[in-house]
Design a protein around this ligand. Structure first.
Ligand code: AMP
Ligand code: MG
Length: 702
């Protein structure tokens, strides 16, 4: 849950727009309210911007939404300035002082005079410099000839921030001094106007409905440059992207960014979190769609063996979805879009594996021991503060960091405890019952590879090594439709000859279980125009389409007819039982898997072909389902030439198959817990012979 509902970012300017046309270096305001991104707004001058900010805050207050408002100039000055100027080390004292001193109108302002007046109160020359006016200003040097003013050049945050300007420079490209002097009075008026409803970060706790924070678009410079390369005004991109970044960050990340301590100088929100900010705001990068001919088969091919068909899918399909960032708690089942490295080691420091007593192994002699105890103890999260002297032991609990002077721990069960002493038998190895720092994972080591489908255990691993949110592929959207004049909705009146749509609920559920987003396109009669309209809708809403029925070459097989007409269809005659020809095609960029109408064949073809294909499209890469050799509980003779899948399950260590191979027997699908895979060649199977069994679960997980 995000603690804020609306976000806005202001790109300030110390200059004035008095001309007839928009200037690109005037003020821009990015806004996202209640999840809706708005076009960045242009403000010609600071009066206009002040009015726009008041209107925005009032609108969000009226709507009952919490607003995070970012401004791109320093909220504080280097340490010591506030005290020297106002007598108080309080940033708001400076805000009050500046509001009283600055005279600002769209025509002119006195920022250079105020800078000179401030300099006059300090010894030497400075701290402000750069007189941007023609006339001379007392105490404000034109060039950086400063000395002896006694203040630091930068705030702590600027020292940590590559490319940020010091606030003392009043002019020149990129300088921020003039913006601070003209901006803080505007913010101070907001403070007074909204009182307890507005809090300024990081000087006040952010419990008020409006939070004012300092931001700097330089943090997302790479994302801004990419957007700028496609046209538009740089400052407008900056506020649009930064607003989107703040709104799109996982709540835990935003909370971590807000947790800083800088009571006098202030801080730039998001410093150190640049990658997360850019990932949250980047215009989505979607791979190019598949080529229309990606399913074309070599000429003259008749029946294609299953393995050849799979190899072709593997060679031709690739990821079609963009990326997003999600919090760990929402990442299970998602596909990792970038490999991840440990931010910190696990364990992060050497610690005790047991409850017991720790000491330095080398300081004890051979044989049985009586060792004096030091006072105090080391517990998980509560380290022992001192150094344990040689020949002494200290009480330690499981998970406690090993104190200075401890490299070995004896289990409490192996110790006799006396008054201030412990006794135990000799023979303990150096390092016993301890865990080395990084013995599980070294800092910087790769923990997960791109394409990984994240398991619950992966989330624990990520958390342990300091990863709070992860780049994942957007969910693949899989649309499902059924065809056939005879097919009616389950539960509806069914006339003689009509059947209930069994495939659609099954295929939608399969798509979901495979981790995709399932989109129901409904049923379509054997009517070409209706089917065309539904395929159009599917291609507009989804990344891939599963159809069932109508995929052969008969009169009513409109799926294959339409795909052929679109010039993007291949009939894959796969040497497989159960399964009729599979129609594979591309409809307006979306791959279409034309599955057989028969539910048994539809399920088998989905698991064997659609599943790995959808995995590739989703970014998860290729993975074979895990099968096992299990003794057969059945007899079977099979001719050569095609692969066969039998509905099967394991009972008492043997695999049994459904009593009928009839492909209309839906009850057998439900009875089964997996498939027996019989090879393309001829086989003769007797009871006890090993056969390959693939549980349904291994198709769906991984
Ligand atoms: P088709 O591939 O359209 O020739 O259909 C093959 C068989 O599957 C026919 O007996 C159809 O009635 C049946 N069938 C087609 N679609 C479905 C469906 N959605 N649910 C159940 N059976 C179906
Ligand atoms: Mg049909």
């Amino acid at each position: 849950m995000t603690p804020f509902d609306s976000f806005a970012v202001l790109d300030w300017s110390g200059g004035n727009d008095t001309g007839p046309r928009e200037r690109k270096d005037a003020i821009w305001l990015g806004v996202m309210r209640g999840g809706q991104e708005e076009e960045p707004r242009y403000c010609r001058n600071r009066v206009e911007a002040g009015v726009a900010l008041i209107a925005l805050i009032e609108a969000e207050q009226a709507a009952g939404r919490r607003l995070l408002l970012g401004c791109d100039f320093p909220f504080g000055f280097p340490v010591g300035f506030a005290g020297a100027l106002t007598g108080r080390a309080d940033p708001f004292a400076v805000w009050d002082w500046l509001e009283a001193a600055i005279k600002d109108s769209p025509r002119a302002n006195n920022r250079f005079d105020v800078a000179g007046a401030i300099n006059a109160r300090f010894p030497g020359t400075g701290p402000f410099w750069f007189n941007g006016l023609h006339r001379e200003i007392d105490h404000l040097p034109r060039r950086d000839t400063r000395s002896g003013h006694g203040l630091p050049e930068r705030r702590a945050v600027e020292a940590a921030c590559k490319g940020a300007f010091a606030c003392w420079q009043m002019g020149g490209a990129g300088a921020v001094g003039g913006q601070v002097l003209t901006g803080l009075p505007v913010l101070n008026r907001l403070r007074r106007r909204f009182g307890a409803a507005l809090a300024v970060w990081p000087f006040e706790p952010l419990t008020a409905p409006v939070a004012l924070v300092e931001i700097w678009p330089g943090l997302i410079n790479r994302a801004v440059k990419r957007a700028e390369a496609r046209g538009g005004i740089r400052d407008a991109h900056q506020v649009r992207l930064l607003t989107r970044a703040l709104a799109g960050l996982p709540a835990a990340r935003l909370a971590a960014m807000l947790a800083v301590d800088a009571p006098e100088e202030g801080w730039i929100l998001g410093l150190g979190h640049e990658e997360a900010l850019m990932a949250a705001c980047d215009d989505p990068l979607t791979p190019p769609p598949l080529r229309d001919d990606c399913f074309a088969l070599p000429a003259g091919v008749d029946w294609t063996p299953v393995d050849d068909a799979l190899a072709m899918l593997r060679a031709r399909l690739s990821c079609v979805v963009g990326q997003e960032r999600v919090a760990l708690g929402a990442a299970a089942g998602r596909v990792l879009a970038e490999g991840q490295r440990a931010r910190r080691a696990n364990p992060s420091e050497a610690n005790s594996a047991v409850d017991g007593y720790g000491f330095a192994h080398g300081t004890l002699g051979e044989g049985d021991q009586v060792v004096p105890l030091v006072a105090g103890r080391a517990a998980a999260g509560v380290p022992y503060p001192g150094t344990v002297p040689g020949g002494h032991a200290v009480r330690v609990l499981t998970g406690a960091a090993l104190p200075e002077g401890v490299d070995t721990v004896i289990l409490q069960e192996d110790v006799t405890v006396g008054e201030g002493r412990i006794a135990f038998r000799g023979g303990l190895k150096r390092g016993a019952n301890t865990r080395r720092a990084g013995e599980d994972v070294e800092s910087g080591a790769t923990v997960l590879e791109v394409g990984r489908v994240l398991t619950p255990a992966d989330l624990a691993l990520c958390a342990a090594v300091g990863l709070a949110d992860l780049p994942v592929y957007r969910r693949l959207r899989v649309a499902v439709l059924s065809t056939g004049d005879e097919v009616v909705e389950p539960g509806a009146e069914a006339a003689p000859g009509q059947i209930f749509d069994a495939n659609r609920p099954m295929l939608l559920a399969l798509a979901r279980q495979m981790g995709h987003e399932a989109i129901d396109l409904g049923r379509v009669a054997d009517d070409r125009a209706a089917l065309r309209a539904t395929l159009d809708r599917g291609a507009g809403q989804a990344d891939a389409i599963l159809t069932s029925g109508g995929a052969s070459a008969g009169d009513e097989d409109h799926v294959s007819a339409l795909l052929t007409e679109a010039g993007a269809m291949a009939e894959w005659r796969i040497a497989l039982k159960p399964g009729r020809p599979l129609a594979l095609g591309v409809w307006q960029g979306a791959p279409v898997f034309g599955l057989p109408g028969n539910p048994v064949a539809a399920l088998v073809c989905t698991l064997i072909f659609a599943r790995p294909a959808l995995r590739l499209l989703s970014g998860a890469g290729w993975a074979e389902p895990q099968g096992f050799d299990v003794p057969a509980a059945f007899e079977k003779r099979k001719k050569p030439g095609r692969r066969e899948y039998l509905r099967a399950r394991i009972r008492e260590g043997r695999v049994e198959v459904f009593k009928s191979e009839g492909s209309g027997r839906i009850s057998g699908l439900s009875w089964a817990q997996g498939l027996v895979e019989l090879p393309d060649a001829a086989v003769e199977i007797g009871p006890g012979d090993p056969v390959r069994y693939i549980p349904f679960a291994s198709f769906l997980n991984g």
